[in-house]
Ligand binder design. Structure first.
Ligand SMILES: *Cc1c(COP(=O)(O)O)cnc(C)c1O
Length: 355
C-alpha cells in the first residue's frame, strides 16, 4: 500500500529494515550514541550550530513536539499571538488555552494566507505580546505560509517566533537567522521515519528561559538530560533507529533541497496528470507546499468512491478536513514514492472518473 496521506509515509526498504536491529536498553551507551546521532543530524539539515541550537527529542507524534514547544518556550510572563489559517493553527490555540498561556488570535478563513497588515496591527496594539506562533505548511489546505514575512514583522516588533514545521521540516526552506526561537517537527513526515519520535529545534538561549508547565513534555528538562547523554523516560527506541536511518538517507540523497526538488517533481506530475482529467488544484503551485496539494473533488464522484477505488489499486489518499471534506481531497508526495507510482495513481483516477 502506498500512503499519499500527510504522514505516516511509505517507508523505504532501508528504513523498514532498520527497525529490525538489535534490542536496546535505553540506559546503555549504544542508545545514547543513537540519540546523539539523531540530534546532531537534525541540526545538520539546516546547518545549525550546536553551540547555539539544540535538537530536543521526545516520544510521541508531531503534536507532542508542538505542545512541548508552546508549553515550554512561552515564558511564565509571556503572551502569545497565534496566526490561524487552518486546523493546526487552531490546535496551537487549544494548547495555549489548556496551559492557561496568555494569548491572542489573528484568525483567517482556512482559504486565506496570513494577513501581514493585521498581524502587524495586532503586534502594535498589544505590547504584552512576547511571542508569535505560526504554521509553516498548513496541511489543512496545503498552503505554505510565508514565515519569512512573519519573521520580519517579529524582528520589527522585537518578539520571538515559534513555528510548527511538522509537515515541512526537511523539505522546505527555513531561515533560522531571524527571530525564530524554535520549530517543532516529527520523524514520520518529510524525514521519512516512523511515527513515535518527534523533536523541537530550539535556541539554547530560549531553552535557558523555558517555563515548566508540563511534566512529560518539559522541554528544558528533556534538553538538559539529552545534553548529558541521558533521558528521563523510556523513549521509542525503534522509532529512533528508523529516524537515524532516515536521516542518513536524507543526507545521502542531497538534504532538504534535494527532497524539495523530488517532491516538487512528483507533485507537478500528479497535477498535470489530474489536470488532463479535469481535476483542478485548489490553488496554483506558488501558494502551495511541495509536500501536499489539495484538489477540488470532480463532479459526479464522491470522495468515498475515489478513496475506496484507489485503495483497491494500492493507494491511500486523504480527505479534506472539517468543512472542506465535501469539496476537497489531498495528495501528499512524501515518502518512498516514484514517478511510476504517480503514473499508476493517475491511471487509477482516470478509471474512476472517466466512466
Ligand atoms: C501532522 C501535523 C501535525 C501533528 O500531527 P500528529 O498527528 O500529532 O502527528 C502538526 N502540525 C501540522 C502542520 C501537521 O501537518
Amino acid at each position: 500500500m502506498l500512503l499519499l496521506n500527510p504522514g505516516p509515509v511509505t517507508l523505504s526498504e532501508r528504513v523498514r529494515q532498520s527497525l529490525l536491529q538489535t534490542d536496546l536498553c535505553h540506559r546503555e551507551s549504544e542508545f545514547f550514541d543513537l540519540q546523539d546521532e539523531a540530534r546532531a543530524r537534525l541540526l545538520k539539515i539546516y546547518a545549525l550550530d550546536p553551540a547555539a541550537w539544540s535538537a530536543v527529542l521526545m516520544t510521541g507524534s508531531g503534536t507532542a513536539a508542538l505542545e512541548s514547544m508552546i508549553a515550554g518556550l512561552v515564558p511564565e510572563q509571556g503572551k502569545l499571538l497565534i496566526v490561524q489559517n487552518g486546523v493546526y493553527g487552531e490546535r496551537i490555540a487549544q494548547i495555549a488555552t489548556q496551559y492557561r498561556i496568555a494569548h491572542t488570535l489573528v484568525k483567517h478563513d482556512w482559504m486565506d494566507a496570513p494577513d501581514l497588515d493585521r498581524i502587524a496591527a495586532a503586534l502594535k496594539a498589544d505590547k504584552a505580546i512576547t511571542h508569535v506562533a505560526v504554521i509553516h505548511h498548513e496541511t489543512t489546505t496545503g498552503r505554505l505560509n510565508d514565515i519569512a514575512a512573519v519573521d520580519r514583522l517579529c524582528q520589527e516588533h522585537g518578539v520571538r517566533l515559534l513555528v510548527d514545521a511538522v509537515s515541512s521540516f526537511g523539505a522546505e526552506a527555513i531561515d533560522f537567522g531571524g527571530s525564530i526561537d524554535a520549530v517543532s517537527a516529527t520523524a514520520n513526515k518529510c524525514l521519512h521515519g516512523v511515527p513515535g519520535a518527534a523533536f523541537v529545534i530550539a535556541r539554547r538561549s530560549a531553552l535557558a528561559q523555558a517555563a515548566s508547565r508540563t511534566y512529560y513534555l518539559d522541554i528544558g528538562r528533556l534538553a538538559k538530560l539529552q545534553d548529558q547523554r541521558n533521558t528521563p523516560f523510556t523513549p521509542s527506541v525503534h522509532a529512533y533507529y528508523a529516524l537515524v536511518e532516515a536521516l542518513r538517507e536524507h543526507e545521502e540523497e542531497g538534504g532538504w533541497q534535494a527532497r524539495h526538488q523530488r517532491y516538487a517533481a512528483l507533485a507537478e506530475q500528479a497535477r498535470a496528470g489530474l489536470a488532463a482529467l479535469g481535476i483542478e488544484p485548489l490553488w496554483p503551485a506558488s501558494q502551495s507546499s511541495v509536500v501536499l496539494r489539495a484538489y477540488k473533488l470532480p463532479q459526479g464522484v464522491t470522495y468515498e468512491q475515489l478513496h475506496d477505488g484507489l485503495k483497491t489499486r494500492g493507494f491511500v489518499i486523504y480527505a479534506g478536513q472539517g468543512g472542506l471534506s465535501a469539496q476537497l481531497f489531498r495528495i501528499s508526495t512524501m515518502g518512498a514514492l516514484t514517478p511510476a507510482d504517480i503514473d499508476r495513481l493517475v491511471d487509477g483516477f482516470k478509471a474512476l472518473t472517466q466512466r
